[in-house]
Design a protein around this ligand. Structure first.
Ligand code: ASP
Ligand code: MG
Length: 419
């Protein structure tokens, strides 16, 4: 069986969904599970809605209406008014209507997951209805009954045993009769609350299903021809990799290459399932194949740029060395606040840490760190990571910028820069 993942860009409008159906048609002879992301930039819009709701801003309804209109416009382009998908979509919106009417009581992360998850619930309803409309035997599946997570909202930890047991119990029989369309990015807790797996988590969803069902391959359909050595939005002379090893792909995602979610590779690696990254605009082209035997040597450096970074420097209040026990105290505050460390450097008197700027988490972390330490920080920075680099390229990339931190090893160079 095959697993296909369609990202937000591939289903951003009616033409995209029609194109998806054409791609699916070419593979209709094989058992196929389709994982879809929210349409276009819906997840960002739902994040804005969540923030506005929690802060009780007066634009909550305006933001919510924008999201509704976008989805209804696509629906009207794809279906007649009488089509039952209109009711399915309306019922999906009802899932959060009641919440938005009430004042926020629960934790931010819990509310976030209940609201943001409707993006995938909507897109999967629409895609499934369209496939049926286009003549496929297709069935919508609520992923929350299959991907079981703990209640670590916004970063649900998957219970693999329970998840695989649920998937293996029901899906092989269902896949014999029809295509399955389900939601990426979502999971469910044992109390039936919705969780999310972390931004861009739909790739991970596809990999979970593939591993549990021992799929032949996973294909993620994107708006780029495959995995490139750098972001084509930032660089003009990019090259595509025809193949990559699992290890190199894991390294790239670890450093922030946003082309695949970082948790995606490990399950595939363990099960020996290849991951294909292909363009939905050119579905017959080969794309990039990630597998055990893929390439590990490079003549062109891989460039990964993470924006919106903060560099924190933490030191003892009494001007003493940062001891091992203080370091572990600092580390546990990062862990507790779910803040991931992208680069770390220690000196005699301080610990410097580069992290992603996530407002709600950062403020809390800062407050807790400041109880026992002095903390200084710079924000609006970028973290540039080069794999298989040459010094000349490193120099070129930081030219005219202020370098706040630099770390190099044999294969990898990382610099935190301003400007
Ligand atoms: N829709 C989610 C996001 O944009 C998940 C995904 O696209 O993979 O983060
Ligand atoms: Mg997305």
């Amino acid at each position: 069986m095959l697993v296909f993942k369609f990202g937000g860009a591939s289903v951003k409008d009616a033409a995209g969904i029609a194109n998806l159906a054409l791609i699916v048609k070419k593979h209709a002879a094989e058992p196929l599970l389709i994982v879809v992301s929210a349409m276009g930039k819906t997840t960002n819009a739902l994040e804005d809605l969540t923030r506005a709701y929690v802060n009780q801003q007066d634009n909550v309804h305006q933001l919510y209406d924008g999201i509704k209109q976008y989805h209804y416009q696509v629906l009207h382009e794809l279906f007649d008014d009488a089509h039952p998908v209109f009711d399915e979509v309306a019922n999906t919106f009802v899932e959060i209507d009641w919440m938005l009417e009430d004042e926020p009581h629960d934790s931010y992360d819990f509310i976030y997951d209940q609201i943001v998850s409707i993006g995938e619930l909507l897109s999967s309803r629409i895609v499934n209805a369209y496939l049926v409309h286009a003549g496929q035997l297709s069935r919508w599946l609520d992923v929350r009954g299959y991907i079981h997570t703990d209640n670590n909202y916004r970063e649900g930890l998957v219970d693999w045993n329970k998840t695989c047991a649920s998937i293996q119990k029901d899906l092989p029989a269902l896949l014999e009769n029809s295509i399955i369309v389900t939601q990426g990015f979502l999971g469910g807790t044992s109390e039936n609350f919705t969780t999310t797996l972390g931004r861009e988590g739909s790739d991970y969803t596809a990999s979970i299903f593939a591993a549990c069902l021992n799929a032949q391959s996973v294909t993620t359909w994107k708006d780029v021809p495959g995995i490139l050595n750098a972001d084509p939005k930032l660089f003009t002379d990019t090259v595509k990799f025809d193949e990559l090893s699992y290890t190199e792909a894991i390294e790239m995602t670890y450093y922030g290459a946003s082309v695949i979610h970082p948790k995606t590779i490990k399950p595939l690696y363990n099960a020996g399932i290849p991951l294909l990254v292909k363009s939905f605009n050119d579905p017959d082209a080969a794309g990039t194949k990630i597998s055990q035997t893929g390439k590990t040597h490079f003549d062109k450096a891989v460039i990964i740029i993470k924006q919106n970074q903060v560099l924190l420097s933490v030191s003892a209040k009494d001007y003493s060395f940062v001891s091992e026990s203080q370091m572990s105290q600092i580390y546990s505050l990062f862990a507790k606040n779910h803040v991931k460390i992208n680069v770390l450097q220690t000196s005699a008197l301080s610990l410097s840490v580069c992290i992603d700027w996530v407002e709600e988490r950062f403020e809390k972390l800062l407050l807790e760190l400041r109880e026992n330490f002095n903390v200084k920080y710079n924000n609006r920075l970028s973290l540039i990571t080069l794999r298989h680099y040459q010094y000349s390229l490193l120099k070129e990339l930081v030219e005219g910028k202020i370098v706040l931190l630099e770390q190099t090893s044999r294969n990898t160079a990382q610099v935190v820069v301003a400007g």
